[in-house]
Design a protein around this ligand. Structure first.
Ligand code: ATP
Ligand code: MG
Length: 300
């Protein structure tokens, strides 16, 4: 940012940044050549799966791309962040998995943007991991619910599936229903621990259940520039995974962690914050990758 004119102040700078987030140029982000379904997965808890799913979705929505978040975690954190009703009894992803309601009937529109939709998770989903074991097509129930016709009916360009911190049947359903996996990695000491297991699970799903599945995107989250460790982790992840890692890194930013308690994404809560800006940048990278001849650059 450049303008140190006489009336420049930090507040003016922040206001300008907020205006850029909230009023992007029309059509600034390209629509994908084909509809994109991204599963946000990492069995490690608290790495930024939910935060990334809802804020990337909000950033795409603000830029005119209709985006659906499917909350596939019984904790219901994505539903909370989008301020969507998820009390027991609300039509939710649980009934969708059981085949009792259609995707369209479980979709709620977030008050943050008419382009931002959510299929909520209620506490009922907690039993699904066990109930699914006995069911027919237990690994592909979400895929069936997310048929091309069902997605056409709600008319979305992007779907993000927010997974629970496990590699159980819910996460397998998410991997079978998507073509892309987005892995958030927290910039901390144990960042790469467990990643091998995640990647071998993705391989298994790819071999046996969903040949089109690939890790298209890795997003580094909660980067703390004051520590050497964060730089070491960043370098290691980039060395390992190359171009699949987004150039944008999400900084640790208190606004990002405060937003959900107001039922908001960080874009709505504090659009001028570094957290909001970096999720917008990450969303732009994702959207730009998705519009090149329908192929994704550098999948694993
Ligand atoms: N960039 C960030 N800056 C500060 N806090 C963050 C940031 N990203 C996430 N957090 C906070 O870290 C915690 C974990 O994030 P989040 O819930 O997104 O992780 P998760 O992987 O979805 O967790 P779980 O495995 O439990 O589903 C939350 O309290 C969230 O607000
Ligand atoms: Mg979560």
């Amino acid at each position: 940012m450049t303008p140190p004119s006489s009336d420049w102040t930090p507040i003016a700078e922040e206001a300008e940044r907020a205006a850029r987030v909230l009023h992007p140029e029309p059509n600034m982000l390209p629509r994908p050549d084909h509809r994109r379904v991204l599963t946000v997965a990492n069995q490690k808890g608290g790495v930024g799966k939910t935060t990334s799913a809802v804020n990337l979705a909000a950033a795409l929505a603000v830029h005119g791309l209709k985006t659906l978040v499917i909350d596939l975690d019984p904790q219901g954190n994505a539903s909370t962040a989008l301020n969507v009703d998820h009390r027991s009894g609300t039509p939710s992803v649980y009934e969708v998995l059981l085949g009792e309601v259609s995707l369209a009937d479980a979709v709620a529109v977030s008050e943050q943007s008419p382009n931002l939709l959510c299929v909520p998770a209620t506490i009922d989903l907690a039993g699904a991991e066990i109930e699914l074991v006995e069911m027919e097509n237990r690994e592909s129930r979400l895929k069936e619910a997310l048929s091309a016709e069902a997605i056409d009916e709600i008319g979305v360009d992007y779907v993000f599936i927010d997974c629970p911190p496990s590699l159980g049947l819910l996460t397998v359903n998410a991997m079978v229903a998507a073509r892309e996996v987005l892995i958030p990695i927290q910039c901390e000491y144990y960042a790469l621990e467990g990643l091998g297991q995640l990647l071998s699970n993705i391989d298994l799903v790819q071999k046996h259940l969903n040949p089109s599945l690939a890790v298209s995107t890795i997003l580094l989250t909660m980067y703390d520039g004051r520590t050497k460790l964060a730089d070491q982790v960043t370098a290691e992840v980039r060395g390992h995974f190359g171009d699949v890692v987004l150039k944008t890194v999400i900084p640790r930013n208190v606004k990002v962690s405060e937003a959900p308690s107001y039922g908001q994404t960080v874009l709505a809560y504090d659009p001028g914050s570094r957290g909001a800006m970096s999720y917008v940048d990450a969303a732009k990278e994702i959207a730009e990758r998705g519009s090149t001849n329908g192929s994704r650059s550098g999948t694993l």
